[in-house]
Design a binder for this molecule. Structure first.
Ligand SMILES: Cc1cc2nc3c(=O)[nH]c(=O)nc-3n(C[C@H](O)[C@H](O)[C@H](O)COP(=O)(O)OP(=O)(O)OC[C@H]3O[C@@H](n4cnc5c(N)ncnc54)[C@H](O)[C@@H]3O)c2cc1C
Length: 381
């Protein structure tokens, strides 16, 4: 049975969300891709309907739902297109830092706006000179009186242009060893002096996803915007990266399911040499292989989501799911494009966009190579 952790209420919620997306997202997605951005008005509509951060406490505007609702939201957004991943990042990656490590005052100040869509969030770890090697970041935050003075640059930041609130990984101690003990998280807000945005980056795929460079030049950040404790930023990142990687795995699985179904429909309708393309043995074998990968991926993923919702330690398995499911999706994109023939290379067919969008899933949230180093380490190697 698929999604064993979902109840009738989750399924009802999925129906309403799908209806909402059919009205507010599907008809506009191509336009957003062309504009290279999703309008803020869509975020606000998501907020009005309760689709942003539903798991947050009621006193901050949320509905205190379980993570099954997040799974439904992420699956349905992925069905529209991977370019909506910035919303998943807001709901299930950035805001959880605020709920887990924020003070009551910080939560009161920020969370209600994250729920209603007026505040869009981002997380900035990666720098022009370092991505995988996070302990080596160069952005510094020096405490002077009541302010941190932040200097540095970040790149590839999802929601970078829209972001009103950015959790920025900085070095508050550049001397300490091991280096990761010098990393802290600061919440930098739109309007803080010295905070500016660079280019909106031009990507191979995910065209409507807003990805940007951020700059901090003697940026003055109030001391009370420190998230959690100084020097614990790296530990916080390692804790929260699990859910981020699980989200990427969920997105990849849904993308695989979508590409496979689209291709099954296509090969049944397209004819060559007097019969449907689905009648060739090569087509059948390719589809059979992909369907097997999709089925096995779904079984592994569903078990993993269930374990994550029970709060179990899933670090190794999440790393496995992240690399394997993104690689399966990449392979499926290639095979499905081939089975579409020339039409697969045309923008009007969904497989073309999926083919462009999927490779980055092997790169962000920790590259697949990094996933394998984690697995190997946890196997005692
Ligand atoms: C579309 C997009 C959105 C993104 N969104 C965000 C965001 O919101 N916030 C954010 O902070 N970052 C974001 N990133 C950055 C992303 O997380 C990094 O690109 C990623 O972590 C890899 O870092 P890097 O690009 O510096 O590659 P590098 O670290 O330079 O890696 C280059 C190559 O070396 C390999 N490599 C590195 N170290 C090892 C090792 N120890 N063993 C084996 N191989 C290794 C890598 O696997 C890779 O193949 C985004 C990136 C993209 C493309």
């Amino acid at each position: 049975m698929e999604h064993p952790y979902l109840t009738g209420e989750h399924h009802q919620f999925r129906k309403s969300l799908r209806k909402f997306l059919e009205k507010e997202a599907y008809p506009f997605y191509e336009e957003w891709e062309e504009n290279r951005i999703i309008p803020r008005s869509f975020w606000e509509k998501m907020g009005e309907q309760g689709y942003l951060c539903p798991d947050i406490e009621e006193k901050y505007g949320g509905s205190e739902t379980d993570w099954g609702y997040s799974v439904v939201i992420n699956e349905e957004l992925e069905r529209v297109g991977t370019g909506l991943i910035g919303i998943a990042l807001h709901n299930d990656i950035v805001v959880p830092y605020l709920t887990s490590f924020g003070t009551d005052e910080q939560k009161e100040r920020w969370l209600p706006h994250c729920v209603n869509g007026k505040t869009i969030t981002a997380i900035a770890m990666t720098e022009p000179g370092t991505g995988s090697d996070l302990a080596n970041i160069k952005t510094t935050a020096r405490l002077e009186g009541d302010y941190y003075i932040v200097n540095g640059a970040k790149t590839f930041i999802t929601n970078g242009i829209h972001a009103d609130l950015v959790i920025v990984a900085c070095k508050t101690d550049t001397e300490i060893r091991p280096k990761h003990k010098g990393v802290s998280l600061l919440v930098i807000e739109r309007g803080h002096p010295g905070f500016s945005r660079g280019r909106k980056l031009d990507k191979v795929g995910l065209h409507c996803q807003d990805t940007a460079e951020l700059y901090f030049e003697d940026c003055k950040v109030p001391r009370e915007n420190l998230l959690g404790e100084e020097g614990k930023g790296f530990l916080y990142l390692m804790e929260k990266l699990q859910q981020e990687r699980l989200l990427v795995a969920i997105g990849a699985q849904v993308a695989s399911e979508e590409m496979l179904q689209d291709t099954i429909d296509y090969v049944k309708s397209r004819e060559a040499f007097g019969k449907p393309v689905s009648q060739f043995q090569n087509t059948q074998f390719k589809i059979a292989e992909m369907a097997t990968d999709v089925e096995m991926g779904r079984a592994f993923l569903d078990r993993l989501i269930g374990e994550h919702m029970l709060g179990e330690n899933v670090v190794t398995k999440v790393s496995m799911a992240k690399w394997k499911l993104t690689e399966i999706a990449r392979n499926i994109a290639t095979q499905c494009m081939q089975l579409h023939g020339g039409y697969g290379y045309m923008e009007e067919y969904k497989i073309a966009r999926r083919y462009r969008d999927i490779p980055v899933a092997s790169i962000y949230a920790g590259t697949n190579d990094i996933m394998k180093t984690i697995i190997a380490k946890n196997l005692g190697l």
